[in-house]
Design a protein around this ligand. Structure first.
Ligand code: ADP
Ligand code: ASP
Ligand code: MG
Length: 467
């Protein structure tokens, strides 16, 4: 089999974790599989890089950051490479070169005081380029050939900095040309997650948490047999285990369930991960690098039936509900169209929409970081309706979206009733509700402070702790 294995930040967060990742990759290679590794940055490094870039753009560049990053990565190199002085020097040289570039970029920022999305990508993508040489060295320390590969040479993307999309034909050609010969020579390429480059070679990132997406893109590009996402929990669970102690691993879910869960807040998978694998019907596994004997979750076409129809409960925070309301909105055509034109112009992603049939209120949920911009633009675009009193108010409030997800919710009666009884019993006010016509998801808008309780209440009501 050809397996693309992705290791997340905690799975490469220390010398021991990197050694374990190398062990997992080489164990599969020893069983006769061809393996491509995709690595994240070491845990917390991406945040540190972003903070440094933001500080630098305010004229507060702290040169100690470079040293701090160097020390952390050097300590790993020292631990995993041991006595091979030439190899150690080569790895440290590669790391230093990346940090040199990082420092120069930050220094430039501190002069111009302006952080563009393009520059932020150039800086925040450094973490993966620091980790890959270490992971490759750890694999070589286990006696197998390996090479760090910058995804800028593999994944060709659009120029949407901060959330670039892969151009799959170009990516396929580059991935095959670069990775195939390494695989044929019995080596394990270690590709940087999170980043890519435009056709002109400008570095881009795929969005926060995007290394999962990188793995699926690389998997599709090289026609992998499977994509394995190694993380720090036993797979995709019925809820976030840090919020719901009784959360249970789902042994099998469908591509559509995985996408829906990721989209509605299950951080274990980046929300775009599934699509490239799905297009080629490549099974995706989510596995725990801290507990590798656990079978984890398998994502496939069929998924697996579940008694209640609901498989998992998720939540998204950091979002705002925008409500446009007015008794005079009835029968005035075009308000909805105008509102969504504004949202599109502002490039805000709508997570959920709800409109009462009385037509005197339309509300939708967007990221809180987009909300002030969108509300301002709505006020301008709907000025006439506001001045005539057809619209009385455009309001914004911070909320959370809680969602119950499962393919077999479709055609299972009583799910909405269970949801409302559970939330009612817990005295949680539901501000808005939406059910997609796919019937794979019911999502509720609740007060931000109520979201953890709402998730617990729904998880309990659908008895998701029970197999
Ligand atoms: P990585 O660094 O490996 O990419 P992430 O932190 O991005 O790991 O994702 C794993 C985390 O996702 C888990 O530690 C857990 O806290 C969180 N999580 C949220 N929802 C779920 C869920 N439904 N199932 C499993 N993990 C979840
Ligand atoms: N290192 C990147 C981030 O923290 C990508 C990832 O870990 O998936 O967002
Ligand atoms: Mg992640």
């Amino acid at each position: 089999m050809l397996i693309v294995m992705k290791f997340g930040g905690t799975s490469v967060g220390s010398a021991e974790r990197i050694a374990q990742a190398a062990q997992l990759a080489t164990a599969s290679a020893d069983q006769g599989h061809r393996v491509v590794v995709v690595t994240s940055a070491m845990s917390k490094v991406t945040n540190l890089l972003i903070d440094a870039a933001q500080a630098a753009s305010k004229g507060e560049w702290d040169p100690a950051v470079r040293q701090q990053l160097f020390e952390r990565h050097k300590a790993v190199a020292d631990a995993i490479i041991g006595g091979d002085a030439a190899r150690r020097a080569a790895v440290l040289e590669a790391i230093d070169r990346r940090l040199e570039r990082f420092e120069k970029l930050c220094y430039g920022l501190s002069m111009v005081h302006e952080l563009t999305p393009r520059l932020l990508d150039a800086i925040s993508g450094t973490g993966e380029m620091l980790a890959a040489p270490l992971v490759a060295a750890a694999i070589e320390a286990r006696g197998r050939r390996s090479r760090a590969v910058d995804a800028t040479d593999v994944i060709v993307t659009t120029d949407q900095f901060g959330g670039a999309e892969p151009l799959m034909d170009l990516t396929h050609a580059k991935a095959v040309a670069l990775l195939q010969p390494m695989l044929e020579a019995g080596a394990i390429p270690v590709v940087t997650g999170f980043i890519g480059a435009t056709a002109d070679g400008v570095l881009t990132t795929l969005g926060r948490g995007g290394s999962d997406y990188s793995a699926s893109i690389v998997g599709a590009a090289v026609d992998a047999d499977e994509v394995w996402i190694w993380t720090d929990v036993d797979g995709v669970m019925t809820a976030n285990p840090s919020e719901v102690p009784g959360a249970r691993t789902l042994p099998e879910i469908s591509y559509s369930e995985a996408s829906e869960l990721a989209y509605y807040g299950a951080k274990v998978l980046h929300y775009k991960t599934i699509l490239p694998a799905f297009r080629k019907r490549i099974p995706v596994r989510i596995l725990n690098s801290f507990n590798p004997s656990h079978p984890g979750t398998r994502v496939s076409v069929e998924g697996h039936p579940s008694a209640s129809g609901v498989k998992a409960v998720t939540s998204i925070r950091g979002v705002s509900l925008i409500a446009i309301s007015g008794t005079g909105m009835q029968g005035i055509p075009g308000i909805v169209a105008k509102a969504f034109d504004v949202v599109a112009e502002q490039q805000a992603n709508v997570l959920m929409i709800s409109q009462a049939s009385s037509e005197n209120n339309i509300c939708f949920v967007i990221s809180s970081s987009d909300a002030p911009r969108v509300v301002k633009a709505l006020g301008a675009a709907l000025e006439v309706e506001l001045s005539r009193g057809h619209i009385e108010e455009i309001a914004e409030r911070p909320v959370a979206v809680v969602a119950a997800v499962g393919d077999r919710m479709r055609g299972t009666p009583g799910i909405a009733a269970t949801v409302f009884t559970a939330l009612g019993d817990a005295a949680i006010n539901v501000i808005a509700i939406s059910q997609g016509s796919s019937e794979r998801n019911i999502s509720m808008v609740v007060d931000e402070q109520e979201s953890a309780r709402a998730v617990l209440a729904l998880h309990g009501a659908f008895r998701l702790s029970e197999a």
